[in-house]
Design a protein around this ligand. Sequence first.
Ligand code: ASP
Ligand code: MG
Length: 199
Amino acid sequence: MSLIVQKFGGSSVADAEGINRVAARVLETRNAGNDVVVVVSAMGDTTDELLDLADQVTKAGPAREMDMLLSSGERISMALLAMAIESKGGNAVSFTGSQAGMFTDAIHGRARIVEVAPSRVRRALDRGMVAIVAGFQGMSREDNNITTMGRGGSDTPAVALAAALAADVCEIYTDVDRVYSANPPLVPNSHKHKPFTTK
Ligand code: ASP
Ligand code: MG
């Protein structure tokens, strides 16, 4: 029996179908007899939408409140994934970064992990549950405020958790629809490559 950390990016959990697909994949690993910890990103463009919303309210959102806002994206996906796993007959429990013992420095928006103390995650695994952890976020050791780790920052806590739990494997999953000629957000006229087929 192995302890496996699986991280799923926002495109993998972009809608209900994606969440159910990820739940099935997680359960497959769990039912093969492994302990499974899952780290999730926010659904699809959620983080961008939250940034846009904040921007409409004020151009100068306090950094602490920006992190409170942005960290909510990962909460949505972790809770829905736990529900999806339960609905398929599995047992799962979700944790925010702070509940999972992800301690950081106090730099909002680009916090760095200073310690991982995942005792609640460990206890959930000991009870046979799949533990789901919100990526991208932690809690400042100095003042207990919620912090985020910078855009695309969900891989880091997955790797840190894997190290802290002495996991056997850390798998990083991502789903994109197609390979692009360049990074689409940066290069507006990038184009999708034709799907590659063999005949
Ligand atoms: N949701 C965060 C972002 O979009 C973190 C991540 O996706 O890894 O930047
Ligand atoms: Mg994201």
